[in-house]
Design a protein around this ligand. Structure first.
Ligand SMILES: [Zn+2]
Length: 80
């Protein structure tokens, strides 16, 4: 199985958390997570924000927080 680049994972992360990825992309992403500690940690943070967004009525605030995390994740992946 071809591995994803960290940058690719960043681009797919929100779709993954929303359950919007196809089976093949999902499998590649999960394979990458299984050996990349950085992406694993970042995705964990992103997942927590997405869960909070679902639980809270203050959707705007949560979306802003999610955008911020995605941006930080992107900057990290681009640098690595
Ligand atoms: Zn990675």
């Amino acid at each position: 199985m071809d591995d994803l680049a960290c940058q690719e994972l960043v681009e797919l992360a929100t779709e993954y958390l929303e359950g919007a990825l196809g089976a093949e992309q999902r499998a590649r992403l999960e394979h990458h997570l299984s050996h990349c500690d950085g992406c694993h940690a970042h995705l964990g943070q992103l997942r927590a924000v997405v869960r909070a967004a679902e639980a809270l009525p203050e959707e705007r605030l949560s979306v802003a927080a999610e955008d911020e995390l995605v941006a930080a994740f992107r900057a990290w992946a681009a640098g690595g």
